[in-house]
Design a protein around this ligand. Structure first.
Ligand code: C2E
Ligand code: CA
Ligand code: CA
Ligand code: CA
Length: 280
């Protein structure tokens, strides 16, 4: 299979994307993937750039198709959303990630070790979501504060009462909320004003330009300052170079995630990094 630049996925090229037959096959295969256990999770460390210490991990979904090989979540998550399968997948992710987190907390005797998972809009506003979340925390004996849910602005397309209810219920439970891909939507600022968000993840598109573009750097600096003022945790996403890391540290950003420190890791590799005390 062709390989995506720097990544590990088989590429769906434009013709495959447009091909209705291929889309249908993908849908059928996705349905079976859940039953056949073809999903697994990768874990990418989020680190303090000054010390290299791991603050948390983000769980990232992986699908190894029996014939096509690894397929990017950017390609199959939208399809899973379309065919109503994302809730089931999100539940699987939640359970698998919490099992892993509990195992790490025990093994490294660190009940404060944190993990974040991505939750789709459909999964988040699902009526049973909060119950499922509470069940899974109970099952693994996790402190709610050690789990963070990453949501994107897409979620705010739902009626605001529904959203406010879901966010309120999650926060009442003690689980944290992160706003993912911050800055890419239309109303990022209004959402942090309106909802009890704990964490902002500055989108990679800003981090890409932080070293080369004066305006971009000013925007990132502003977001970091805003975070300090509003007592929000700020994470810079997609940090790929030492130069970006240096600038982010200068600006006062204390959490970074990206290939420069570590790619998404297998559970075994993530465990090794934790055992080594954080240095990748
Ligand atoms: P995201 O939540 O914004 O995740 C960050 C993406 O950036 C991940 O891609 C990660 O592997 C990639 N990344 C991290 N550091 C770097 C870097 O330094 N450079 C570059 N070029 N990329 C970096 P991934 O794993 O392919 O996931 C793509 C998207 O798929 C995610 O974007 C998220 O929206 C979605 N996704 C992933 N896992 C899940 C899941 O469990 N549930 C749901 N609903 N969506 C998921
Ligand atoms: Ca994310
Ligand atoms: Ca993101
Ligand atoms: Ca994204």
């Amino acid at each position: 299979a062709k390989r995506a630049g720097g990544g590990d996925y088989a590429i769906f090229d434009a013709t495959m994307h447009d091909d209705a037959v291929s889309q249908l096959t993908l849908q059928t295969d996705l349905r079976q993937a859940v039953e056949r256990g073809e999903f697994h999770l990768a874990y990418q460390p989020i680190v303090d750039p000054a010390s290299g210490a791991i603050q948390s991990f983000e769980a990232l979904l992986r699908w190894t198709h029996p014939v096509r090989g690894p397929i990017s979540p950017a390609d199959f998550v939208p399809v899973a959303e379309e065919i109503g399968l994302i809730r089931q997948i999100d539940r699987w992710v939640m359970h698998e990630a919490c099992a892993q987190l509990a195992q790490w907390q025990r093994r490294f005797d660190d009940p404060a070790l944190r993990l974040s998972i991505n939750v789709s809009a459909a999964g988040f506003v699902d009526r049973d979501f909060v119950t499922a979340l509470s069940d899974v925390l109970d099952e693994f004996g996790l402190r709610p504060q050690t789990l963070e849910l990453e949501i994107t602005e897409g979620i705010f397309l739902h009626p605001s009462a529904e959203i406010a209810g879901a966010i309120g219920a999650v926060r009442d439970m003690g689980v944290r909320i992160a706003l993912d891909d911050f800055g890419t939507g239309y109303s990022s600022l209004s959402y942090i004003n309106r909802y009890p968000i704990d964490t902002i993840k500055i989108d990679k598109s800003f981090i890409d330009g932080v070293g080369s573009n004066r305006e971009t750097r000013a925007i990132v600096e502003l977001i970091v300052k805003l975070g300090a003022t509003l007592d929000l945790n700020i994470i810079a996403e997609g940090v790929e170079t030492q130069a970006q890391t240096d600038i982010l540290m200068q600006i006062g950003c204390r959490a970074i995630q990206g290939y420069h420190f570590a790619k998404p890791l297998t559970p075994e590799d993530a465990t090794r990094v934790l055992a080594a005390g954080g240095a990748a």
